[in-house]
Write a protein that binds this ligand. Structure first.
Ligand code: GLU
Length: 500
């Protein structure tokens, strides 16, 4: 299926890849996949002071890593810039903007404005004092050719302002239905090219969307107030106005607006915390869309089959980290052993570097361990936290933490000593979960203890943790020698006289 639908994501490389950008990119990508259209990536890098190549790389690599790949767009390592409308970086498109600006000037849709920053500042202050919204007063809107020439003769270079004529701009938003905005609310004629020649966002985005034959502009709700300006520009340039769809904002769980300061918004941070690409795209798809069924786990390809832009919700989408972790757990269960081991490896390496584990487990060790840990790790990074005691020789266990709530130090000491004896009766061959458990249960029965108490004491003594995978599987993974040695150390620590 091929169609003329062309959509785009147009990130500005002024910050790292944000979850909002990833979500918007994903919805554009899915819409393109669903309709047989084309997904374009364009870098809006005209804010030279704030754009960096490091941010650009973070954005492009992040989207690529997520699998949100573009049919047309800039190159990344191992991939050339592709597409008939190259270049896909705005700073490489300056001649196009200059040509469009000349057309707007020639048709009197734009005019040079010589107002100084001081004049504009004074206007703004006067408006503030009158409690009026800021708006360009139109000082240069009606200069005669002679007046303009005189200013230029003084050596003044004008910025280019777009003429906002009175009227109403409306569009049928794919998601938000009919929207109409009176042009008197747009703040007056607005600058499209600075006096130094730099073209500004409202202008470049329209010139590019036209040049790249974009049919649908799908972007965040925060752009609703920009869209009337864009429609006026499309019309003034004689272009066909594309369709618009404004996606709901992504909110914090408490319904407040997400901000870089208060919330974790960089995709790289989620990657570093061990979220899989499958879970992230799966979750991002639910930030504003749902299949209308109870199904939750979808591959990127399945999302492309099911995604319907018309079913995107209007209301804000709350970011629910618990649901993301749940989905991540689902995806961790779906990965095959070798793939999961490969994905765990960088996190184990990082844990070793950070001194959280003493050594790297082998692939074989991990393979045997997967059945008992796979369902217990919400993220790839949480494995060292869960079972790092397996790969650390010196686990520091506070003797007080070994003593179960209902027990005292003496009982714990006796309990562990008795358990050690029972466990030591096993050799390496019978060191199996279903062999270790029954005799310990018999011991508990004979002494009138509660299994939970003894087992908790053994767990903390051998792992330093109160929560681990099932105890006997854990002891098997730990091995006979280390289990007995850790029990010995715990017993010794409990029998040391108080105060030493
Ligand atoms: N560079 C703009 C942004 O990142 C693009 C907005 C648009 O999609 O038109 O918000």
């Amino acid at each position: 299926m091929r169609s003329d639908i062309r959509v785009r994501i147009a990130p500005s490389p002024t910050g790292p890849l944000h979850i909002g950008t990833a979500r918007t990119a994903l919805f554009n990508y899915l819409f393109a996949r669903h309709t047989g259209g084309t997904f374009v990536l364009r870098l809006e890098d005209t804010d030279v002071a704030r754009s960096t190549t490091a941010f650009e790389k973070d954005i492009l690599d992040g989207l690529h890593w997520l699998g949100i790949t573009w049919d047309e767009g800039p190159g990344i390592e191992g991939r050339e810039e592709t597409g008939p409308y190259a270049p896909y970086r705005q700073m490489a498109r300056l001649p196009q903007y200059a040509a469009a600006a000349a057309r707007l000037l020639a048709t009197d849709n734009a005019y040079p404005c010589f107002c100084t920053p001081e004049e504009l500042d004074a206007d703004r202050k006067a408006q503030e004092a009158q409690k009026l919204p800021p708006r360009y007063v139109g000082r240069c809107a009606a200069l005669t050719p002679a007046e303009r020439a005189a200013k230029e003769a003084e050596g003044r270079r004008g910025a280019l302002r777009f003429r906002v004529r009175s009227g109403v701009v409306g569009w049928n938003d794919i998601i938000r239905d009919r929207i109409e905005i009176d042009t008197s609310n747009l703040g007056g004629d607005f600058v499209i090219v600075r006096a130094d020649g730099t073209p500004l966002y409202h202008f470049t985005v329209v010139v590019d969307d036209m040049a790249m034959a974009i049919s649908h502009v799908i972007r965040g709700e925060d752009h609703v107030s920009n869209t009337p300006k864009h429609i006026l520009l499309f019309q003034a340039l004689g272009y066909e106005v594309p369709e618009f769809g404004h996606l709901p904002l992504i909110l914090n769980p408490d319904g407040t607006k997400m901000s870089k300061r208060k919330s974790q918004t960089a995709v790289a941070d989620y990657i570093a915390q061990g979220f899989t690409r499958e879970a992230l795209v799966n979750y991002f798809a639910f930030l504003g869309w749902s299949p209308g069924t109870e199904e939750e786990v979808f591959t990127l390809e399945e999302l492309g089959e099911r995604f319907d832009l018309h079913k995107v919700q209007k209301g804000g989408a709350r970011f629910d980290r618990e649901r993301l972790e749940w989905l991540n757990g689902q995806w961790i269960r779906k990965l095959d052993d070798e793939e999961l081991i490969a994905r765990l490896r960088p996190f184990l390496e990082a844990a070793a570097v950070a001194g959280e584990i003493g050594r790297q487990p082998t692939d074989d060790e991990l393979r045997t361990l997967l059945p008992i840990v796979r369902e217990r790790i919400p993220t790839l990074a949480s494995l060292p936290e869960l079972v790092g005691f397996l790969w650390t020789d010196d686990i520091a266990v506070d003797p007080a933490s070994i003593i179960p709530k209902r027990w005292d130090a003496a009982t714990t000491h006796d309990g562990l000593a008795a358990a050690r004896e029972v466990l030591a009766a096993h050799d390496a061959v019978t060191w199996e979960a279903d062999e270790l458990e029954p005799p310990l249960r018999e011991l508990v029965e004979a002494r009138g203890w509660k299994a939970g108490d003894l087992f908790m004491a053994i767990r903390v003594a051998t792992t330093g943790k109160t929560a681990t995978p099932p105890l006997f599987d854990t002891l098997v993974a730990l091995g006979r020698d280390r289990t007995l040695a850790r029990l010995d150390a715990a017993i010794a620590s409990l029998s040391a006289p108080a105060g030493t």
